[in-house]
Write a protein that binds this ligand. Structure first.
Ligand SMILES: Cc1ncc(COP(=O)(O)O)c(C=O)c1O
Length: 403
C-alpha cells in the first residue's frame, strides 16, 4: 500500500485548512465501480449504504447503475432521495421496528429476517389490502469454511424456513420471490468466495423446489474484501466472476428466472477514503516518546479498537465489519524528517483507551506533522462516535474528478 503523489498533494493542500478530515477521492471511487461492474457484468450490484452514506458517494454510486442495500429505514430514504427506484432498494436488517416496516412497505423490497417478521408484513399488507413480494434472509446450514451452520441473530435458519414453508405458501398478502444470504465480509481468497456461491446456489435450488414457484432473485450478500495489511492482496474478482458465470450456466435450467445480486460496501468505498489528522503534541514520559493526535477514537475509531481488542484478547477472531487485527491499520507520516524514534501514538481524548499505535519506529514526530490512514472510505466515519468530549468532528471532503 503506497500513497500516490496525487493523493499526497491533495491531502497536504487540504490539511492546511483542517486539523482532521476524511478525504474521499472520486477518481478512485470511479475506478472501483468500473472494476466491479466490468467483472460482474451479468449480476446486479448493490451498494451497502451503511459502510459510507456520504451523499456525494451515494450519488456517484447510484448514478452508475448500482442498486441499494439498505440496513435501516433511513437508508431506504437515502437511496430513494438519490433516485434509486423502489424495486432496486433491498432493505435487509434484523429487528426492523414496526414503524420501519410500516414506512418501508411499498418503498423498497423488504427482506424478512425472521418468521415473525414475515407474519408482521402479512398483517400490514392485509390492512392495506395489498400483495407484497418479499425476499427472505436465510441463515444457511453451512459457513465459509465448513458444511455446518451456526446460531446467528441474522436471518431464518434454513431448516426452520423449509419447515415453515407449507404455512408461508398459504399467506394471502406475502409472496416470497427472493433469497438473501450473507455469512461474512472481508474474504480475500476468491476460491473460498466461489465455494460459498456454489453452496448458496444449491440452497436456492432446494428452496425453489419447496416453494414451487420460481425465485426471482438470489442475493449472494457480500464477502469480497480489501487488503488492510502490507501482506494482503486484492481479491481476483475476474477469476471469481468467471467461475460464477459457469455456475449460472450450469444452473440455468432450474434457476433461469433468478437475477443474481452481489452486495458490496468496503470494496467500492474503502479504498477511496483516507483519514488525515495532525500531531498536536509530543512529550517524553519516563523515557518513552509519546505523540498525541487530534480526533482518533472520536474521529477514526479503527486503530483504537484494534489496540483495545488485540491487548485484551490477542487471539480473538476478527469481527465484522471492522476486521481489526494486528497491523490492520497502516498509516503514513508526512514529514521530511530523516531521523527515526520509537514512539507511541495516542489521541487527545481524556481516556487511556484513545491509543492508536504502540512503540512504532517512525520518522521523528513534531507538532503539525500530518498522519494519514488509508483504506478509510468504509466503516470509518460511519462507525466512529464523534460526540465524545464535544470536540469538533473531522470534516468529510469529497474531491471530484476535476479536483
Ligand atoms: C448483510 C450485509 N451485506 C453487506 C455487507 C457489506 O459488507 P462489505 O462492506 O464487507 O462489502 C454487510 C456488512 O456487514 C452485511 O452484514
Amino acid at each position: 500500500m503506497t500513497l500516490d503523489a496525487r493523493i499526497r498533494n491533495l491531502i497536504l493542500a487540504t490539511a492546511k485548512d483542517h486539523v482532521s478530515f476524511y478525504l474521499y477521492d472520486e477518481v478512485t471511487l470511479e475506478d472501483r465501480i468500473r472494476r466491479l461492474r466490468s467483472a460482474f457484468a451479468h449480476e446486479q450490484i448493490l451498494y451497502s449504504i451503511k459502510c459510507n452514506p456520504h451523499r456525494a458517494i451515494l450519488n456517484k454510486i447510484f448514478s452508475s447503475g448500482i442498486d441499494a442495500d439498505a440496513a435501516s429505514l433511513g437508508e431506504v430514504y437515502a437511496a430513494s432521495d438519490c433516485g434509486v427506484p423502489s424495486d432496486h432498494i433491498f432493505y435487509s436488517a434484523p429487528g426492523k421496528s414496526q414503524y420501519s416496516l410500516e414506512h418501508a412497505l411499498g418503498q423498497c423490497i423488504l427482506i424478512a429476517d425472521s418468521l415473525q417478521e414475515i407474519q408482521r408484513i402479512e398483517e400490514l399488507a392485509g390492512k392495506r389490502n395489498m400483495k407484497v413480494t418479499i425476499g427472505v434472509r436465510i441463515n444457511p446450514d453451512f459457513s465459509f469454511t465448513s458444511a455446518t451452520g451456526s446460531p446467528s441473530k441474522f436471518g431464518i435458519d434454513e431448516r426452520e424456513f423449509l419447515n415453515a414453508l407449507p404455512r408461508l405458501k398459504q399467506l394471502q398478502h406475502v409472496i416470497i420471490i427472493g433469497l438473501h444470504t450473507h455469512i461474512r465480509s472481508q474474504e480475500l481468497d476468491w476460491q473460498v468466495l466461489f465455494s460459498y456461491y456454489e453452496n448458496v446456489f444449491a440452497l436456492a435450488g432446494h428452496i425453489q423446489l419447496a416453494l414451487g414457484t420460481p425465485l426471482l432473485f438470489i442475493n449472494l450478500g457480500s464477502g469480497i474484501g480489501i487488503p488492510y495489511t502490507a501482506t494482503e492482496h486484492e481479491v481476483d474478482i475476474d477469476a471469481l466472476a468467471k467461475k460464477l458465470e459457469q455456475l449460472r450456466f450450469l444452473r440455468q435450467d432450474t434457476l433461469a428466472q433468478a437475477r443474481v445480486l452481489i452486495e458490496s460496501g468496503r470494496y467500492l468505498a474503502g479504498p477511496c477514503g483516507w483519514y488525515v489528522t495532525h500531531v498536536v503534541d509530543t512529550k517524553t514520559s519516563h523515557g518513552k516518546r509519546i505523540a498525541i493526535l487530534q480526533n482518533t477514537l472520536n474521529g477514526f475509531l479503527r486503530p483504537c479498537l484494534e489496540q483495545f481488542i488485540t491487548q485484551i484478547a490477542p487471539a480473538a477472531a476478527p469481527r465484522e465489519p471492522l476486521f481489526y487485527k494486528n497491523g490492520s491499520t497502516p498509516f503514513y507520516v508526512l514529514n521530511e524528517e530523516t531521523e527515526t524514534e520509537e514512539v507511541t501514538l495516542y489521541g487527545n481524548l481524556c481516556t487511556a483507551a484513545d491509543l492508536i499505535a504502540k512503540d512504532m519506529v517512525l520518522p521523528r514526530l513534531a507538532c503539525g506533522d500530518v498522519v494519514v490512514f488509508p483504506q478509510a472510505g468504509a466503516y470509518s466515519a460511519s462507525l466512529t462516535p464523534f460526540q465524545f468530549s464535544s470536540q469538533v468532528p473531522p470534516a468529510e471532503i469529497y474531491c471530484r474528478r476535476e479536483g
